[in-house]
Design a protein around this ligand. Structure first.
Ligand SMILES: Cc1cc2nc3c(=O)[nH]c(=O)nc-3n(C[C@H](O)[C@H](O)[C@H](O)COP(=O)(O)OP(=O)(O)OC[C@H]3O[C@@H](n4cnc5c(N)ncnc54)[C@H](O)[C@@H]3O)c2cc1C
Ligand SMILES: NC(=O)c1ccc[n+]([C@@H]2O[C@H](COP(=O)([O-])OP(=O)(O)OC[C@H]3O[C@@H](n4cnc5c(N)ncnc54)[C@H](O)[C@@H]3O)[C@@H](O)[C@H]2O)c1
Length: 558
């Protein structure tokens, strides 16, 4: 199923107008969090419905501070130093969009001695810093602690007594907002410290190696660049991060990363959640076995119910004291199924690229569902299937892998090419994580995908699994729930659900990126007692048949 697909709302990105001023106005005001008034029912309960609202933007970058301290860089024949551009150009590199992708590319470009400018039409940091990863992880930090404090049984088993737990909604919201501002400041300062020119305004490609930019209502300035990177990201649907109120009952449309993370936040803060998922099971993007375990740990014990195999076909925002209404239709037959009345609705059905008004028509590029077509080197492909010289597109705008670190890694890969080093990023080795409690992480193929590949290519897949239940550190924390699984001696994929899964995945993703096979990594030594021994055990339990060359390990049921 395509992200961003099928849900049409007044506030959805598809309603974006072509005008640049309207684009940015809409960007800052789109309202995916819809709310009501009045009383309604869920799971047989009647409840008083709260009025209210949500919304807006905030977040940052991890590389910012360390990069400011990097040593002077070497300058190749292909590049000038940071003071002067290639002959005949204002800049060696102009990047349109200062999100994490653009930021990662800019600091690496300076390191490579390229005279670099970054054009930003809104605020530095983009989605991740201002409206995505950063504020959502601040909220998840709160939900994690709330869960611990609310789990009397868990605390008691550790010998801890806590009389009551509670939270101050505004203080929680401030924590998310302040973190976003702080990281945005770090990002901006790191660009300035490295001598990247930050050009304010909406960037438009006006022709070969030419970009204009300008604030809405002011005249544009034109700059030339030897190479251009488009890093304009996506239009987020989600503005629930300001936490202006906590609804009693919230419907979350879509059970992907955003839906699952917000269900963790809202249930910890006291809301009841109803998931609406178009596919036949919840969390359809995850490895099926991990998805089942996630349902057992993250859904069933919480105040969450769900409708699967249905589309939210129409959502009517709260108005004049009436609740939000959500019309559900059967995903296959399209027959009407149900209508829900809820306090609030959060739309998490994927994100749409932010590529309108970029002037792509001036370089003969036609988007595909809004995404900029690129090859494996992020070089932009025109309407005739030819590469557009000197134009690249990274991050959410190309739709390859809509993750912050993928955007940044693609940016670094492009800068290497611009510098003269061929570089192709291995997307299969890029990890992903969902920051629920406990976390889920993954890299590479799911088990069905691995089996399909094996059938096509004629090899056998074996699967190894291990449980957190046997891990001393996890047991010391009284957090023994979890599973890690891998497949294939080359490591085709690893999936983890359990304590600190988001940190644990990197041993596997680095092994995949470096091509380290299981029969080598299984001899690596891990400190005891640590959670990393979960992966140690996983790799050691993999049955490697070097003769037939494809072994896998099976997990112990948890
Ligand atoms: C709620 C939420 C939580 C998330 N959590 C995570 C997470 O935990 N981990 C993770 O890896 N990813 C997460 N993501 C995804 C992550 O935020 C994106 O993948 C990432 O921000 C993409 O970076 P980008 O640089 O491609 O685009 P963006 O961050 O969207 O930045 C693009 C920038 O370009 C600017 N721009 C657009 N058009 C123009 C123009 N014409 N001229 C000038 N400037 C322009 C925009 O204003 C913006 O600043 C989350 C997303 C959301 C919505
Ligand atoms: N921790 C992280 O890394 C993190 C966190 C949040 C977001 N993200 C990024 O943001 C992107 C978007 O996240 P997301 O959760 O919005 O998208 P997603 O693609 O992960 O999940 C969307 C879900 O919505 C369902 N859906 C689509 N249309 C529907 C409809 N009309 N009715 C009911 N269900 C519908 C889909 O079947 C799917 O399960 C992700 O691709 C991810 O890359 C990452």
């Amino acid at each position: 199923m395509q992200a961003a697909a099928s849900l049409s709302l007044a506030s959805s990105p598809s309603s974006a107008t072509a005008s640049r001023s309207a684009r940015f106005a809409e960007y800052s005001g789109s309202d995916a969090f819809l709310r009501p008034f009045s009383s309604l029912r869920l799971c047989g309960l009647r409840r008083e419905v709260l009025a209210s609202r949500f919304l807006h933007r905030h977040w940052s970058s991890r590389t910012a501070l360390s990069c400011a301290r990097r040593p002077p860089r070497k300058v190749s024949a292909a590049a000038t130093d940071n003071g002067g551009a290639a002959k005949g150009f204002d800049y060696d590199l102009v990047i349109i969009g200062a999100g994490v992708g653009g930021h990662g590319a800019a600091i690496h470009a300076v390191e490579r001695g390229l005279k670099t400018a970054i054009i930003e039409g809104d605020i530095v940091g983009g989605t991740c810093v201002n409206r995505g990863c950063v504020p959502s992880k601040a909220l998840l930090a709160v939900s994690g602690r709330m869960r611990e404090l609310q789990s009397e049984h868990h605390l008691k088993s550790l010998g801890i007594q806590v009389s009551a737990s509670g939270y101050d909604r505004q203080a929680v919201a401030d924590h998310a907002n302040n973190l976003a501002s702080k990281i945005r400041g770090n990002l901006t300062n790191s660009l300035k410290a490295l001598g990247v020119d930050i050009l304010t305004g909406v960037g438009t490609i006006v022709g070969k190696q030419k970009v204009k930019y300008g604030k809405v209502g002011f005249s544009d300035t034109e700059v030339t660049a030897k190479d251009i990177i488009i890093a304009t990201g996506s239009v987020p649907f989600d503005h629930a991060l300001k936490l202006e109120w906590v609804p009693d009952w919230i419907a979350i449309v879509g059970s992907g990363y955003i839906g699952l993370e917000f269900s963790d936040v809202y249930t910890a803060l006291g809301s009841e959640v109803t998931f609406i998922e178009a596919l036949d099971q919840l969390m359809p993007g995850f490895d099926p076995e991990i998805g089942k375990l996630a349902q057992r740990i993250l859904i069933n014990p919480r105040k969450i119910d769900y409708h699967t195999g249905v589309f939210a076909s129409k959502i009517t925002p709260a108005k004049d004291g009436k609740p939000v209404t959500i019309e559900l239709i059967d995903a296959k037959t399209k027959a009407p199924k149900d209508t829900l009345e809820v306090d609030a609705a959060l739309i998490a059905t994927g994100r749409a690229p932010f590529t309108k008004g970029l002037g792509l028509e001036n370089i003969n590029v036609v988007t595909e569902r809004g995404f900029v077509p690129v090859n494996e080197r992020m070089q932009v492909i025109d309407a005739n299937g030819n590469l557009v010289p000197h134009v690249y597109c990274i991050g959410d705008a190309n739709g390859k892998l809509m993750l912050a670190h993928a955007a940044s890694a693609q940016g670094i890969s492009v800068v290497e090419q611009v510098y003269g080093n061929d570089n192709v990023l291995n997307h299969l080795s890029i990890p992903a994580a969902c920051f629920t409690h406990p976390e889920i992480s993954m890299v590479g193929l799911t088990e069905p995908q691995a089996r399909e590949k094996a059938e096509k290519e004629g090899f056998t897949v074996s699967v190894a699994k291990t449980s957190f239940k046997a891990n001393t550190k996890a047991l010391a924390e009284n957090e023994g729930e979890g599973l890690a699984k891998t497949r294939h001696w080359e490591i085709l994929g690893v999936h983890i659900l359990g304590l600190h899964a988001a940190d644990l995945i990197h041993e596997a993703s680095n092994a995949m990126a470096l091509g380290t096979p299981i029969q080598h990594i299984k001899f690596a030594v891990h400190a005891h007692p640590t959670l990393s021994e979960v992966l140690d055990e996983l790799f050691k339990s993999a049955k490697v048949d070097i003769g037939t060359s494809h072994a896998v390990t099976e997990p112990v049921p948890v």
